[in-house]
Each structure stands twice: as C-alpha cells, then as structure tokens.
Design a protein around this ligand. Sequence first.
Ligand code: TYD
Length: 132
Amino acid sequence: MKHKIIQLPKVIDERGNLSFIESANHIPFKIARVYWIYDVPGGEIRGSHAFKDQEEFIIALSGSFDVVLHDGQEEHKISLNRSYYGVFVPKMTWRRLENFSTNSLCLVISSTDYNEDDYIWEFDWFINEKQK
Ligand code: TYD
C-alpha cells in the first residue's frame, strides 16, 4: 500500500467547524491507539524510524509540520497544516516529522498498541528489508 492524503468530513458551522474520523469509514485500519506530539521546540525532529507492523494516520490538529516519508525507493515530503485532512502512512515506511510551527499539535492515530519491538531504527536495515 502507498501513503495517501485522506480528506475528512468537514461540518462547516458559523459556531465553529467540526471534523471527525470513523475507523470503519475514513481510514484503512481499526484504531488501537491515539497519541499526540506537542510543545515541540523550534527545529526539532521527531520520528526517524519505521514500523514493521504499525500503520498510522497523522493530522496537524493545529499549526503545521512536514511529514517526510521514504518508501524504500523515494522520499516524499507532505506538509500538513489543516485539521480536516491527514496522511495515511503504511507499515514499513520510514518517517520523520519536522519543521513544526510554534504551538503545533500533531495527532497520530495508530493501528496497534505501543510496542517497542515494532520499531526499525536503522535506515540501512530498513532499505535492505524493502529490497527483499
Ligand atoms: P517515539 O515513538 O520514539 O517518539 P518519536 O518517534 O516521535 O521520536 O516515542 C518516544 C517515547 O515515548 C518512547 O520512550 C516511548 C514512549 N511512547 C509510549 O510510551 N507510548 C506511545 O504510544 C508512544 C508513541 C511513545
């Protein structure tokens, strides 16, 4: 599977807009866990690893940041800056989060519980696995 931008429903209302996610209808996996990254100091980078099994959907709930993905062949940079769309990241994708704006809020919806054994920390090992 390839990474993809997924647009979410947007209920426009003069009292304030509303968006939502249903795992059965909007993202290609069942939600197991939700976490968020916030208070990121300027210039910091999060991630820089891949997951063997975990799939995720990443949204900029507030502010902006870049999601840099490597699928084993090429790198793609996706800038997120709205709360009504996000990027689906398939398993076995190297990913890095960078260029966070002040007060940005990064929501990550994950297909698995936290499992440190699922992380791949070595880029060369990752590329090797992708070439098998
Ligand atoms: P990590 O996934 O390495 O963060 P990033 O890839 O954004 O740099 O997680 C950082 C720390 O937080 C690590 O010690 C594990 C812990 N953690 C949890 O306990 N539960 C979670 O769901 C996540 C995502 C991380």
